[in-house]
Ligand binder design. Structure first.
Ligand code: FAD
Length: 419
């Protein structure tokens, strides 16, 4: 076993939160060593850029913070020090211009993550941050004493301060596999179990329906659902039929409530309006007309504008007797019940809920029971919908944790007796 002693900050995890922590600490004059289990940093960040890297959102901080639900007060405070404008300026300094899309989301002009990550890592290296790839942290022996598995054997590193930015548990093949929840566990540190967020859900289609319609979008989708407090809410957007259920932006946005309702009740029902532009009276008029020998599909398409996957859903879920009776069919069209049985596994989700409880941390994100050990990013217990909110909070928390480490080391230095 090799042992090393560091002069400054150890950052573990090379995602957006860890890289931002390294950058802030180095700019504040600390020596920084960054450890990453994979062969390169920022793998999830690169994947996030595949469908268009949504860096942050342009809405005002007040409404921005509400996206973090129960954690809006804390995360609103993190974002005050590094808000969307600051993030855009930071990207610009790296040579990456951003723009605000029609939805208010902020993207790099070329939509990609790779040029930004390349420029960022180059700047970090030039500033003196030392990168240690293929270093997998497997234990925190004591505050500031980290144990790593490396290609050349085990390594123990002692550092005056540490930022852990180990990510959540989604897409584990990219490095953040949630294994830290085991070795970081301590009686005085609360860690909520990791759970899927921004995820799809299983419904359990028939083989025929899945084979025919998996991949088909429902667009626009008008959905009604019961909130956890029993109130009825409506939402519109779009989603996609999958082999086992549904996924997509509208479902991701509702995923926290749907997941929690399933955990409480075993399943949750949402209702889909298949003819949002037509009310029940109009549908009754149109569907009461004689069929004149037309097939059911053709009749439905001509008279109610319902076809393709929407018609498939009716065939899948409505009893045959009701399909042939206009009066019985209309309630199904206006409120087709979809019963969601389970969220898809964490490994498939866009992000994680759960993680280190904010109550276990001080306002600068130091673990209260582990002096000098700070946490940042998705490994903390918060969640948010897609829209740039995940990266925004990861960046802001990385910066805050590093600021905390800088301040903490400074205070410790002042307390030391003069030599
Ligand atoms: C497909 C997809 C698309 C996304 N798109 C967007 C988007 O457009 N906008 C948005 O805001 N968010 C998006 N996200 C979410 C966003 O990528 C994450 O929220 C963000 O990367 C979290 O940053 P992080 O630094 O906390 O964790 P991560 O990015 O997960 O980084 C953690 C790092 O720690 C390393 N690590 C883990 N354990 C260890 C260990 N034991 N030892 C050493 N290293 C370790 C990992 O290898 C990883 O590099 C997307 C996610 C996915 C999966």
């Amino acid at each position: 076993m090799i042992e090393q002693s560091l002069p400054g900050l150890a950052v573990v995890g090379g995602g957006p939160a860890g890289l931002m922590a390294a950058e802030f600490a180095r700019a504040s004059g600390l020596a920084v060593d960054l450890y990453e289990s994979k062969g390169s940093v920022g793998r999830k960040f690169l994947i996030a850029g595949k469908g268009g890297l949504n860096l942050t959102h342009s809405e005002p901080l007040g409404s921005f913070a509400t996206r973090y639900g129960a954690r809006q007060a804390e995360i609103g405070r993190w974002l005050q020090a590094f808000d969307a404008d600051a993030l855009r300026r930071w990207a610009q300094e790296l040579g990456v211009e951003t723009f605000v899309g029609s939805s208010g989301r902020v993207f790099p002009r070329d939509m990609k993550a790779a040029p930004l990550l390349r420029a960022w890592v180059r700047r970090l290296r030039e500033s003196g941050v030392r990168f240690h790839a293929h270093h997998r942290c497997v234990g925190l022996e004591a505050p500031g004493v980290l144990r790593f598995e490396t290609p050349t054997g085990e390594l123990t590193v002692s550092a005056p301060a540490t930022v852990l930015a180990l990510g959540g548990g989604s897409w584990p093949q990219l490095g953040s596999d949630g294994a830290w929840t085991t070795w970081l566990a301590a009686p005085e540190l609360a860690i909520a179990p990791l759970a899927p967020s921004n995820c799809g859900f299983d419904i359990g289609w028939s083989e025929h329906f899945a084979a025919r319609f998996a991949g088909h979008p429902i667009k626009p989708a008008w959905v009604t659902f019961s909130d956890l407090d029993g109130g009825t809410r409506q939402a519109q957007g779009e989603f996609v039929i999958t082999a086992t259920g549904i996924e997509g932006s509208l479902i991701y946005a509702l995923s926290a409530r749907l997941r929690d309702a399933i955990a409480r009740d075993g399943s949750v029902r949402i209702e889909l309006d298949l003819a949002p532009g037509r009310d029940a009276a109009r549908l009754l008029r149109e569907l009461s007309r004689p069929r004149q020998g037309r097939t059911f599909s053709e009749f439905l398409r001509r008279n109610a504008g319902i076809q393709g996957v929407q018609a498939g859903l009716l065939r899948e879920l409505v009893p045959t007797s009701d399909l042939n009776d206009a009066t019985a069919l209309i309630p199904w069209i206006k409120a087709l019940p979809l019963t969601l049985q389970a969220p898809r596994p964490l490994a498939e989700a866009i992000s994680s809920a759960g993680g280190v409880a904010l109550e276990s941390l001080d306002p600068m994100l130091m673990i209260q029971s582990m002096p000098g050990v700070f946490c940042a990013g998705e490994m903390l217990d918060w969640e948010a919908p897609t829209g740039g909110y995940l990266l925004a909070a990861s960046f802001a928390s990385g910066r805050l944790a590093a600021a905390g480490a800088v301040r903490w080391l400074d205070e410790r230095r002042k307390q030391m007796p003069p030599r």
